[in-house]
Design a protein around this ligand. Structure first.
Ligand code: AMP
Length: 259
């Protein structure tokens, strides 16, 4: 497995693989890898000859009061997981931004509701960094988790609007045995908070099969001690939730089983 930090080395390796006629799958991440990320790697391995995974905690998608500085960065563990799971190359840039850069990618519709309300600059940071990464790696396919459903929608729109030649491959949410969706931010939860957080997937699953799902889920989640609801919305045939458990904001969603 190769680990590269510079654009020059990344492009050189990509060129070699391209010249051999190999297809490239790309999995962008912020590291602190878990089974959700590894499922994206598996999906990429199924569809592509080579898998490139990037690890970059992108500063522009965090607001000043958010967790950019304390976001987990377990590099040695991440590298070992990638090695064990057959990643071909980790791209690990130290910084992706020109100090004097003045260009951003701003998707103006799908990024506005839901998470865009609480995190107004988040999706412009995501759209910008993903566009940069896609230009750097130039993969055939890029893999994103439905865990971040709005992110999938925004990225699909950006790729379509800007004619970026890549196929976006959304991958279903991976959950821990207790039902909680894997997230790098789950490490912030105390044992008690994690227990409380389990109500989210439990109620979500029930609500997704009900006609009055939005109202029912809003009412029932609001009753749970220690959970502060941000939103319940429907999109892309999914019932989507964001909620704070203590100081940690969790996202989850479930395919709607009753239309
Ligand atoms: P992150 O490192 O949090 O930026 O996530 C990198 C990618 O992994 C994104 O496309 C996420 O949607 C995806 N991802 C994160 N958690 C999960 C999960 N539990 N199941 C599936 N995909 C996930």
């Amino acid at each position: 497995m190769k680990v590269v930090e510079t654009e020059k080395l990344l492009r050189a390796q990509v060129k070699i693989w391209r010249s051999q006629g190999e297809t490239l799958g790309f999995v962008p991440t912020m590291g602190a890898l878990h089974q959700g990320h590894l499922r994206l790697v598996e999906a990429a391995q199924r569809l592509c000859d080579r898998v490139i995974l990037s690890i970059y905690v992108n500063p522009t998608q965090f607001a000043p009061e958010e967790d950019y500085l304390r976001y987990p960065r377990p590099w040695v563990k991440d590298r070992a997981l990638c090695q064990k799971n057959g990643v071909d190359l980790i791209y690990r840039p130290q910084n992706l931004y020109h100090p004097e850069g003045t260009t951003i990618v701003l998707e103006k519709e799908l990024s506005q509701g839901r998470c865009g309300v609480t995190r107004p600059a988040h999706f412009q940071g995501v759209a910008t960094v993903v566009t940069k990464l896609l230009n750097l790696v130039q993969p055939d396919r890029a893999f994103f988790g439905w865990k971040d459903a709005q992110q999938v929608e925004v990225i699909q729109r950006v790729v379509s609007d800007l004619n970026i030649p890549v196929k976006i491959e959304p991958v279903e949410i991976v959950r821990d045995r207790d039902g909680l969706a894997f997230s790098s931010r789950n490490v912030y939860l105390s044992a008690q908070e994690r227990d409380r957080a389990l109500a989210i997937p439990l109620l979500l699953q029930v609500a997704a099969g009900r006609r009055d799902r939005k109202k029912w889920l809003t009412q029932n989640l609001s009753k749970i001690k220690g959970i502060k609801l941000d939103y319940v919305e429907e999109s892309q045939g999914r019932l989507c939730v964001a909620a704070w458990v203590g100081k940690t904001r969790l996202l989850d969603n479930w395919p709607i089983s009753l239309k």
